[in-house]
Write a protein that binds this ligand. Structure first.
Ligand SMILES: Nc1ncnc2c1ncn2[C@@H]1O[C@H](COP(=O)(O)OP(=O)(O)OP(=O)(O)O)[C@@H](O)[C@H]1O
Length: 228
């Protein structure tokens, strides 16, 4: 298990609807996510990035082909795969800190430790001063960064982030990407980020492209000293 790919996609397709109204959002995708890999999936709106990310996360089932997670331990995938969703995902009645600590408590982490990990993740994202705010007291960009903190606090082995910089200005986007790559270093986690912004994609070593549901992975020779 250790060292095995976290995700293997084989001829994966996802079609929404049936008959003449059917939309093929992902066509025959083949890809592998190795432990510790850092991948950007770049493509325009509607190209199938979110659909692919949900399939990789096991949140959606392909209509053809197969998605396997050979490198994950048996047990709940949610503890090993952290997903940053594209839209609003914070629980409205809970503060930012409570939104980050709740999944840890559900995982069985003691309340004191869950609170400490939540604060630490919020500090990493420069959100400590907003920890007591409710989601409707946050800007869209701040809420998006709380959602990133919530995933990082859980220390997953695979982080799948759907346009995590979509609501952010350039400096905040750069900061979030730096935090994600630092977390990947610290946790040894693989990171896959979808984005329509080529500048955001350049923060990650591997770039895959989506166009009209087709996943393209350009070949590139590794630079000296690169292992993944
Ligand atoms: N639940 C759904 N039912 C029907 N069609 C859908 C559904 N979700 C997505 N689609 C369609 O599938 C295609 C791919 O959508 P998807 O959201 O995966 O693209 P995306 O690249 O993530 O777009 P964006 O960058 O705008 O989020 C689009 O044509 C979209 O309209």
């Amino acid at each position: 298990m250790a060292g095995e790919p976290l995700v293997v996609c084989t001829d994966v397709a996802r079609t929404y609807g049936k008959g003449p109204a059917a939309v093929v959002a992902v066509h025959g995708a083949n890809c592998v996510i190795a432990p510790g890999a850092r991948i950007a999936v770049v493509g325009p709106s509607g190209s199938g990035k979110s659909t692919l990310l949900h399939l990789l996360a096991g949140l959606d089932r392909p209509t053809a082909g197969q998605v396997d997670h050979p490198g994950l331990a048996r047990g709940p995938m949610a503890r090993q795969i952290g997903v940053v969703f594209q839209g609003p995902s914070l629980l409205p009645p809970l503060t930012a800190a409570e939104n980050v600590s709740l999944p840890l408590c559900i995982d069985g982490v003691a309340e004191d430790e869950a609170t400490a990990r939540a604060w630490s993740a919020l500090e990493d994202l420069e959100l400590a001063s907003l920890a007591s705010n409710l989601p409707d007291e946050l800007s869209a960009g701040q809420a998006q960064r709380v959602a990133v903190a919530r995933v990082l606090a859980r220390r997953p082995r695979l982080i799948l982030a759907d346009e995590p910089t979509g609501q952010l200005d350039r400096d905040s986007a750069r900061h979030v990407m730096a935090v994600l790559t630092a977390a990947s270093d610290a946790l040894g986690a693989a990171v896959l980020v979808t984005t329509h912004d080529a500048r955001v994609a350049r923060a990650l070593r591997i770039q895959w492209y989506m166009a009209d549901g087709r996943l393209v992975q350009p070949e590139r020779a590794p630079r000296e000293g690169e292992t993944r």
